[in-house]
Design a protein around this ligand. Structure first.
Ligand SMILES: [Zn+2]
Length: 226
């Protein structure tokens, strides 16, 4: 079996252009310039198995991402923070409906963008895992079964709870590739230091060779089981 062709790489974008809200500490490195974003999308077209997603539901999802994707006949998954709907700088309810109408898939990124490793009480689980998903499902008229871990933070307890609640598609962000049918899928988070060339190099070898793959497997094992 050829590893390269049997695994899929996913790019995760956060913000594009200039943010219109207060950023969290360290978040600015995940905001990319609009022209770089466009050139990265052009590069992605050379990798038909590559997939794309957007976290954090910044308003740049509809200003830059949606038109850029449609121009290239690409589709993506959008992981929305339910508690930020209609806040300045974030997607509004109508934006989320529009993304759904245009063939984009909506997933949950929780209610308050808190680490799901800290979500332990029944009431916080209800808010982050159940209520957020229900709000997004009510908007799009579809059942939301996909979620991306806020801040990329996950562990065994969170995964077990989410699976029990019927989540079928969970996304992490450790930077490797995944089997296309896996219910826990890895992604690479695009930063403002990336270029079309760096992304093309990543997509050509998303697991970074055997050494990088083993290293990530160990890292993921530690994160998942602690
Ligand atoms: Zn996030």
């Amino acid at each position: 079996m050829n590893w390269a062709t049997s695994r899929v790489a996913e790019l995760c974008f956060h913000g594009i252009g200039v943010p219109d809200r207060q950023l969290e500490p360290g978040e600015d490195r995940f905001w990319v310039d609009p022209s770089t974003f466009a050139s990265i999308l052009d590069a992605v077209r050379d990798f038909p198995s590559a997939t794309i997603s957007f976290d954090d539901s910044n308003v740049s999802d509809v200003i830059y991402a949606l038109p850029g994707l449609e121009r290239r006949d690409l589709r993506a998954d959008f992981f929305v923070i339910a508690g930020r709907l209609d806040q300045r700088g974030s997607l509004g309810c109508e934006d989320v409906r529009e993304l759904g109408r245009r063939g984009m898939r909506i997933g949950s990124h929780g209610m308050d963008h808190v680490s799901w490793r800290q979500v332990r009480s029944a009431s916080s689980q209800e808010r982050e895992y159940v209520l957020a998903r229900r709000m997004l499902g009510d908007l799009t008229g579809t059942e939301v079964t996909a979620a991306a871990f806020p801040r990329g933070a996950y562990d065994r307890a969170a995964i077990t709870t989410l699976r029990a609640l019927g989540y079928e598609d969970l996304r992490i962000i450790d930077g490797g590739a995944s089997s296309p049918d896996a219910w826990l899928r890895d992604r690479y988070s695009v930063t403002r230091f990336d270029t079309a060339e760096s992304i093309a190099a990543y997509l050509a070898s998303p697991d970074g060779g055997l050494a990088g793959r083993l290293q990530r497997t160990v890292k993921r094992g530690i994160k998942r089981w602690r």
